[in-house]
Design a protein around this ligand. Structure first.
Ligand code: ADP
Ligand code: ADP
Length: 229
């Protein structure tokens, strides 16, 4: 687990007179193990903020720290993060086990260690009985759990969720939301969850960052944000 600190974080796309500043000095201190939702209308900069934490987007100014370490110059693989996306692309020809183990195999984690980590993730996500199936033999919800399992086995210090619920039907959305809550309860991993959906934000957040036009307008518990809009 790790704290996350945003210190006067700025993002500009492009350079020179045509540069477009889309993040205007975000400051926020996030504690170890917190579940933070970043919410705001489309185009306000949520995704950009998340991608800067992930190392997928350069930081134009200020610093982002994870666990007290400035990560501005670190590659994604050095940041101890795992990202869960809208589209949970699994390898179709691999079993559930192989899908979850693949990244660890590439990283040369010993076989027994891989087995132990996959088994633990499978237990949390109730995938134990599905390890030999291929993605085609799974329901939509099961596929998503495999994708989350793939993120868990990396043992990241931080989870980044980029609108993971927005393409789902109502039933699957509710189910996945509960799984994400359970995951956080059991593993306590510091999480940043991006959504444009106010209700989703209120439901999931311990604290929420309300963004508007590249600025952080509010940062507080759902109660605080609701009572002081
Ligand atoms: P959100 O996730 O809240 O919808 P984004 O972070 O995707 O917002 O976008 C914030 C702003 O940055 C928008 O004005 C968007 O058009 C712009 N933007 C996002 N990505 C790029 C990019 N790769 N190049 C230029 N502008 C971008
Ligand atoms: P591959 O993506 O080829 O299956 P890896 O899992 O080793 O193999 O990932 C390659 C790169 O992508 C590494 O830098 C790794 O840190 C990054 N990466 C892969 N999956 C994730 C994830 N869920 N979250 C964050 N980074 C990831």
């Amino acid at each position: 687990m790790a704290s996350i600190e945003f210190k006067n974080v700025i993002k500009r796309y492009g350079a020179g007179p045509k540069a477009n500043q889309v993040i205007h000095g975000v400051n926020a201190d996030i504690a170890d193990g917190e579940f933070i939702v970043i919410v705001g209308p489309s185009g306000c900069g949520k995704s950009t903020l998340l991608r800067m934490v992930a190392g997928l987007e350069e930081i134009s100014g200020g610093t982002i720290s994870i666990g007290g370490r400035v990560v501005n110059q670190l590659e994604p693989a050095q940041r101890d993060i795992a990202m869960v996306f809208q589209n949970y692309a699994l390898y179709p020809h691999m079993s559930v086990f192989e899908n979850m183990a693949y990244g660890l195999k590439i990283a040369k984690v010993p076989k027994e260690e891989i087995r132990a980590r996959v088994d633990k993730a499978a237990a949390i996500l109730e995938l134990g009985h599905l390890l030999e199936r291929t993605p085609r033999q799974l329901s939509g919800g099961q596929r998503q759990r495999v994708a989350m399992g793939r993120a868990i086995v990396r043992q990241p210090k931080v989870f980044l969720f980029d609108e993971p619920l927005s393409n789902l039907d109502a039933k699957l959305r509710a189910q996945t939301r509960l799984e994400i809550e359970k995951l956080h309860r059991e593993l306590g991993i510091t999480s940043l969850f991006v959504t444009h959906d106010q209700v989703e934000a209120m439901t999931l957040a311990q604290r929420m960052i309300v963004m508007n036009a590249g600025r952080m307008e509010q940062f507080g518990t759902p109660e605080e944000v609701y009572h002081h809009p």
